[in-house]
Design a protein around this ligand. Sequence first.
Ligand code: MG
Length: 160
Amino acid sequence: MRIGFGYDSHVFEDGKPLVLGGVLIPDCAGLKAHSDGDVLIHAIIDALFGAAALGDIGSHFPDTDEKWRGADSGELLRAAVYEVRGAGYAIENVDATVICERPKLRPFVDLMRSTLAGFMGVGIGRVAVKGKTNEKMDDVGAGKGIVVHAVALLRESKAE
Ligand code: MG
C-alpha cells in the first residue's frame, strides 16, 4: 500500500465558469488558473502522483506549456491515472476535503464523486468528497478562493 497527499488552492476570478470535480457549478465565479482551474482534481492528481512517487502535477503538466492552457482537468486526471497504473499501482480509494465559504457543495457532492470515479476508472465507493467552510477565518473564510486537501491510497497491482 502507498499513501499520497495532495493540496491545491485557487482564487476566484469573475467571468469564468466554476468546475469542481469535473462538475459545472452554476451561479458562482470560476477560479483563476492556466487550466480550467479545477482545484479538486488538481489536489487529487497530486495525491495520486505523491503516492506513486511520480513527481507532481506541475512536473507532468507544466503551466508554462501552452499545451495545457484551458486544459480540461478531467483529461489530466485520466492521464495521471494512466501513469500511476503504468507504474504498477491500482487505486484503493481517494478522499478529498474542499474548503470554501461558497458555493455550498452538498447538492453536487455525489455528482462530483461519480464524475471523478469515471475519470479514474474506479467505483464511486472508492471516492469521497466533503465540503467544509473555513468558519469565516482567513482569506478562504473571506470568500477569496477555494482550498482542497486530498489523500489517495494505492495498492501494488501486478494485473494492471
Ligand atoms: Mg491548481
